[in-house]
Write a protein of this length. Sequence first.
Length: 418
Amino acid sequence: MSTVKTAELVAIDERRLLRRLDDLAQRGALPGGGIFRALYTPAWTSAMELVTTWLKEGQLLTRRDAVGNVWGRIEGSRGGRAIVTGSHIDTVRGGGALDGALGLVAGIEAVTSLWERFGRPTRTLECVAICEEEGSRFDTNFWGARAIADRIEPNEAERTRDAAGTSLADAMRSVGLDPANAVQAVRRDIDVFVELHIEQGPVLEDHGPRLGVVTTITGTIHQEIVVRGQPDHAGAMAMSRRHDALVGASAMTLAIAELATRMGDPAVATVGTIVVEPAQVNVVPGIARFTVDARHPDAPRRTELITQIGDACKAAARERGLVVEIRTLRDRPPVTLSPRVADVLRRACRAAGLDPRDMASGAGHDAQVLAAAANTGMLFVPSIGGRSHCPEEATAAEDVVLGTRALASALRELAYQQ
Ligand code: GLV
Ligand code: MN
Ligand code: MN
């Protein structure tokens, strides 16, 4: 990666940017509020069609890759490895209008504005709508970025299922993709990937400034914990003789939250799902299954947190005569982003009028996967009230515009060098 050490403020079409964010938020909007665009569903297809229209309107060469990522490309006059921006199109269930959508719509705006104002870049410049990041439908995540970075395992699409039992491979077929071709999505010619994203936490709002440059992305482990007790009659079995799996799982949940709290920021741990069996009002739960999401950006501290969680669950099970099994679903270590791309982003923020804060991301991002394949950087704008993964997720319009301007300035420096 080589860049010209200049940064200039690039004008963008603010109204088009904000209107497109509103339009995209209609795709997958839920009647009760919030958005759900799960991979390869009709809402997802409709959103991808809209994005494709915008890429074509911007006169970008548009194509869908082998897993459904949609790319818009401007061939550089000197070719070489590509400069890429973008983010994911999928959402969590009941998510907001900006997680993923901002980086994608702002990426299209930045690339289109550069193309309109400065013509052909010297370096190939692309914008990508990544098909899946959240893990909100299938028992996996980062599907789109992993396909690009050659991190998909053989037969993974056939093995991976959603809650209804549909395989990822069948879901691909339902939108006209052949899972056998997934490997064709691999890109080995990306020089730089830059992702603009909402912070999803309160740091920028509470402490400023209005832009953050991400230096590290936290490490996340997802575990499934199964607690086995004994189903019994809810009326006739005495409290003292019960082996209630849900009572055990509840004690474990409290212990998990307490451990992360005691470790202190930025350690976090969440029990996000729980189901019991046989799930009947008058039966003592015999089995409780729950998931844990535990994160820390420092690898040894994260290992410590995971060990403490395991020990606490085993102790809670022992005390209540329960059996506990812990299974790792996914383990994504912390990732350090490119210092050189961070420098480009800092210069772009200064061109946009402020000195950014260096920060660690507590959320996972496509950037952490693409960092294995390219020099990768991330830019954050504030989230109002630090809220995200909920319908209330929002960022002030002027911050959306500011972040997009800074992104455009960074891409100008990266893709238009002489
Ligand atoms: C995705 O947003 C994650 O951090 O899990
Ligand atoms: Mn998210
Ligand atoms: Mn996201």
